[in-house]
Design a protein around this ligand. Structure first.
Ligand SMILES: Nc1nc2c(ncn2[C@@H]2O[C@H](COP(=O)(O)OP(=O)(O)O[C@H]3O[C@H](CO)[C@@H](O)[C@H](O)[C@@H]3O)[C@@H](O)[C@H]2O)c(=O)[nH]1
Ligand SMILES: [Mg+2]
Length: 192
């Protein structure tokens, strides 16, 4: 195991929307000698994601939106089916995900359960993502969702049969890591 990590310098390569840093650091190798390395790390804050599920209907709520990076890498429509998710602001993750859920899906939820925190791309992105699940039902629907107009979000809300969603992982129609983890969590814990 390497130890004694010391950051020597941080160079900002881009800070247009989020920040891409080139970080130079020194550490001690297992044999006791020192080494200097540099790596790029994209800092875009932390995030939260949530899977809404309905026990009676055995259904879940997902979203579909255009994701440019996927369009640039093999997803010909660029449209991606995902669990609701958003970047954290200064509020805590729980408050953020409740607000994000209302904005993106139109459901106003009160009780959420945190299940884990995950580094989604540890070799290149600093972000840690907070994972939640919550029950939804029709009475919680307060608007159409779709995201914020002023942020130019165009988000479709999907209500899917849970078994169908599981099949969509096998068929490749669902290809987003956080979404697959959340769907599998519900099955693994026998929640749905
Ligand atoms: N102008 C501009 N807008 C941007 C840029 N990058 C992102 N945005 C906008 O910033 C908003 C961010 O929306 P959120 O709902 O808060 O975040 P998200 O993009 O859904 O991200 C969530 O999912 C990601 C993917 O799993 C997660 O990485 C992230 O933590 C979060 O949970 C969106 O309107 C998005 O278009 C950019 O480079 N330029
Ligand atoms: Mg979002």
């Amino acid at each position: 195991m390497i130890k004694d990590i010391q950051i020597l310098s941080t160079e900002i390569l881009s800070d247009n929307w989020y920040t891409l840093n080139k970080v130079t650091y020194q550490f001690t190798k297992p044999n006791g000698s020192k080494q200097i390395q540099n790596r790029e790390a994209y800092a875009r804050g932390n995030g939260a994601t949530i899977l809404l599920y309905n026990l009676e209907q055995k259904s879940i709520i997902l979203t579909r939106q255009f994701r440019l990076p996927t369009y640039l890498n093999g997803n010909s429509s660029g449209m991606l089916i995902e669990a609701c998710a958003g970047l954290l602001d200064k509020n805590n993750a729980e408050d953020c995900i409740k607000r994000e859920t209302e904005e993106e899906t139109g459901y106003k939820i009160t009780d959420v359960r945190k299940i884990f925190e995950v580094y989604m791309s540890p070799g290149s992105v600093t972000e840690i993502l907070h994972f939640f699940i919550a029950v939804y039902n029709k009475s919680m629907k307060v608007n159409d969702g779709g995201g914020l107009a002023h942020e130019e979000e165009h988000i479709e809300v999907l209500e899917l049969d849970f078994e169908k969603a599981l099949q969509m992982i096998d068929s490749g129609e669902i290809k987003d890591a956080k979404t697959i983890m959340l769907i599998q969590y519900l099955r693994l814990k026998s929640i749905l």
